[in-house]
Design a protein around this ligand. Structure first.
Ligand code: ADP
Ligand code: SF4
Length: 683
């Protein structure tokens, strides 16, 4: 049972209802449209996930972008779709799931225009002018919309609005944001050089958006709220819309037209910045003017997780409603936790964008902090509820990294007696260590949330500076052992692309760097060889360059940190590295290492180059699973997290959680371990 404390009256303002056109939101928490990789492809998962947000207290819960015409087909993204009435049942089911908890349901209608590849529909994309589509340098063009195309487009939008009402939604979000929709393409000077009444002056470029809002109001404005989701700054300086210039003028021109403003910056990479590049409330400087030019309620995002910051944003007159995507993913129950006077229970988003990455991979979103994200229906995992224990078994968990901490917390919540032994003098494993690397400090929230929860549970004991061996583990006498002992980075160059040890290579690794070891003396040359392609190579480059080393980052990739394309970080990372003087070499393989020298080979031309200095290798990790061999057969033992399969932090948390959930349960090793959406054939 959840214990409620009296709520701090300072937070009362967050729970005041607010009228938005013809509807009233029960509080100031707005789960803004956010992609989730479930959408139309995994509708059961999407529905349950949205319903969970409403259960957790979000007063407004919206869909992700919902494409409303085949010329704006969002494939390969697995988002919602409303092309005709056949799409209504699952959207109505989502509305019902949201309404069941007293929240308003919103829908964000989208036509991606010149961003659409139309991969599935095979229609010709459309936009303000003839332009190659922007999506992945896809080799097709969007054609310029004629006046009659614009009339068609407006009709499609109006029909979608009426369908949204049919589905039961309370709000329609008219979307001109993220540089990814037809109205935003018309608005942007860089993509609209038309000479008719839809191009040229700001008034003309804004015409289509104005028409969409007016027509939406006209179609459903008596019963549903009309929200303008609008990017006030394109973050391109004078070449684009700037909040202090046309961004502000545009809002002034439409000020009283919508029922609510939901403002942000574009594109998505700038809006959803990771904590490495932006802190809580980072959009305030761009959106602070909006309330001064409209009397309508205003909402904005800023990865707000602290109720004090939220209250301050309202009290300072920045916003009326707190918008959130990632904080609502990391903790669907964030509003209720504030309401019940227990803000310390909030699972704060760490700003890693793993959620966005999975969406960008066209797979159901995952969350580093919230292992139940995407599993609400698939596995029937509730973020705040877990089954009570099935036995009086005792469990020893070895290793207090994210996997060990999460397993201990879950088992503790179930009522089991748990002992967590950690070799080091601090908990958190890799998240503690990595959070000390440049700009990764928020990652420590993975540890802090779990530790905070565990410390209030008398049935979970933590022992630090307790490096256990096989005999000690057996001697301890627990009924079950979970090994969450993590993994170590290799130093021989072997990794994704290099299959055999590199001659002469016994490089420093990220573990060494985090232990304080350094290559030679400051000022010397260092080559970081990155065959990992995620964040680690680039953060070590940042660290070493800040300490005075001359840093080269060499990778087999086509760009540095290529996987961070999915976390929306690649551009920011490469820019930062270049600005800090890191030399970047792509398509390079480490082929030999000598004393204070190394050789790289171009993977296409086979041209070999010699470089002075030492090597830090970021290639692959090996599980620290030596204990397993000694324990197997003597005691029930499981490996979890990186000890079982080295992966991202989100996977370690998930595996720890899974261990706790499944403990004392029979799992069929031959079965599919989750529910799957059934597909109905049409023939
Ligand atoms: P994961 O991501 O899977 O949680 P981490 O590497 O973050 O893995 O954490 C593993 C933790 O296990 C580290 O803090 C490490 O110090 C600890 N550890 C490793 N071996 C032992 C051992 N034999 N006894 C106790 N703790 C250990
Ligand atoms: Fe936040 Fe990371 Fe979870 Fe996304 S995956 S909600 S950024 S903690």
């Amino acid at each position: 049972m959840v214990m409620s404390n009296p709520r701090d009256p300072r937070y009362d303002i967050l729970f005041e209802p607010i009228k938005i056109g013809p509807v009233t939101a029960p509080n100031r928490f707005y789960q803004v449209p956010h992609c989730n990789g479930m959408g139309r492809m995994f509708p059961d998962s999407m529905i349950e996930m949205r319903g969970m947000k409403a259960e957790g207290g979000w007063g407004i819960v919206t869909t992700e972008q919902c494409d409303f015409h085949p010329t704006g087909d969002v494939q390969p993204f697995t988002e919602t779709r409303m092309w005709d009435d056949a799409d209504l049942p699952y959207l109505s089911a989502m509305v019902d799931a949201v309404h069941a908890h007293g929240a308003l349901a919103g829908i964000e209608l989208v036509h991606n225009g010149q961003d659409s590849g139309c991969l599935y529909s095979r229609e010709v994309p459309i936009g303000p002018e003839h332009r190659p589509v922007t999506w992945h340098q896809h080799p097709i063009q969007a054609r310029a919309m004629s006046r009659s195309d614009i009339r068609d487009y407006r009709r499609w939008h109006r029909k979608a609005v009426l369908r949204a009402r049919q589905a039961g939604f309370d709000m329609v979000v008219v979307y001109a944001g993220h540089d990814g929709t037809v109205p935003s393409h018309f608005l942007s000077r860089k993509s609209n050089q038309r000479s008719d009444e839809y191009g040229g002056s700001l008034e003309n470029r804004l015409r289509l958006y104005r028409e969409l809002i007016e027509e939406t109001k006209d179609a459903i404005g008596d019963t549903m709220a009309v929200v303008a989701r609008f990017a006030v700054d394109e973050m391109m300086g004078k070449d684009g819309l700037e909040w202090a210039g046309e961004g502000k003028e545009a809002i002034e021109m439409l000020a009283e037209l919508p029922d609510m403003w939901d403002v942000n910056v574009s594109d998505w990479e700038n809006d959803s910045m990771t904590s490495r590049f932006a802190q809580e409330g980072y959009q305030e400087e761009y959106i602070s003017f909006v309330k001064s030019v409209t009397s309508k309620p205003v909402s904005a995002v800023g990865r707000y997780t602290s109720p004090d910051t939220m209250v301050s944003a309202i009290r300072r007159g920045l916003v009326d409603i707190i918008g959130a995507a990632r904080p609502s993913i990391a903790d669907p129950f964030l509003p209720n936790k504030i309401k019940q006077g227990r803000p310390e229970d909030i699972r704060e988003c760490i700003g890693c964008n793993i959620c966005a990455a999975w969406n960008n991979l066209s797979a159901p979103s995952r969350c580093t902090q919230n292992p139940t994200m995407g599993e609400e229906w698939r596995k029937k995992w509730h973020p705040e509820k877990i089954a009570p224990k099935e036995s009086d078994a005792t469990i020893l968990i070895v290793g207090a990294g994210p996997a060990g901490l999460e397993a201990a917390l879950g088992l503790g919540q179930r009522g089991y007696q748990v002992t967590l032994a950690e070799a080091r003098s601090e908990t958190g494993g890799r998240v503690t260590r990595e959070s000390r690397l440049p700009e990764l400090n928020e990652w420590a929230r993975v540890r802090d949330y779990r530790l905070g929860q565990i410390k209030r549970r008398p049935n979970v004991e933590i022992y630090l500076e307790s490096e256990l061996n096989v005999d000690q583990i057996l001697e301890f006498g627990a009924d079950h052992v979970a090994l969450a002992t993590g993994a170590i980075w290799r130093n021989d160059g072997v990794g994704r692309n290099i299959r055999f040890p590199v001659p002469g290579c016994s490089a420093l690794t990220p573990d060494d760097i985090m232990d304080g070891k350094r290559p030679a003396t400051s000022g010397s040359a260092v080559t970081i060889y990155d065959d990992d392609h995620y964040y680690m190579g680039s953060v070590i480059a940042e660290l070493l360059v800040s300490e005075g080393y001359r840093v080269t980052l060499a990778t087999q990739g086509l760009c540095v940190a290529s996987w961070t394309e999915y976390t929306l970080e690649q551009r920011h990372i490469e820019k930062r590295l270049l600005e800090s003087g890191v030399q970047i070499l792509t398509r390079q393989e480490l082929t030999e290492v000598g004393s204070d020298e190394l050789w790289l080979t171009n993977t296409l031309t086979q041209e070999v180059s010699r470089h002075e200095g030492s090597v830090v290798s970021v290639t692959a990790r090996l599980p620290r699973d030596e204990l397993f061999g000694g324990l197997k057969g003597k005691i029930p033992v499981r490996r979890i997290g990186d000890c079982f399969g080295p992966s991202i932090i989100a996977a370690a948390v998930y595996e720890g959680h899974r261990y706790a959930r499944e403990f004392d349960t029979e799992i069929d090793p031959d079965g599919v371990p989750f529910n799957r959406t059934g597909y109905q054939l049409q023939h």
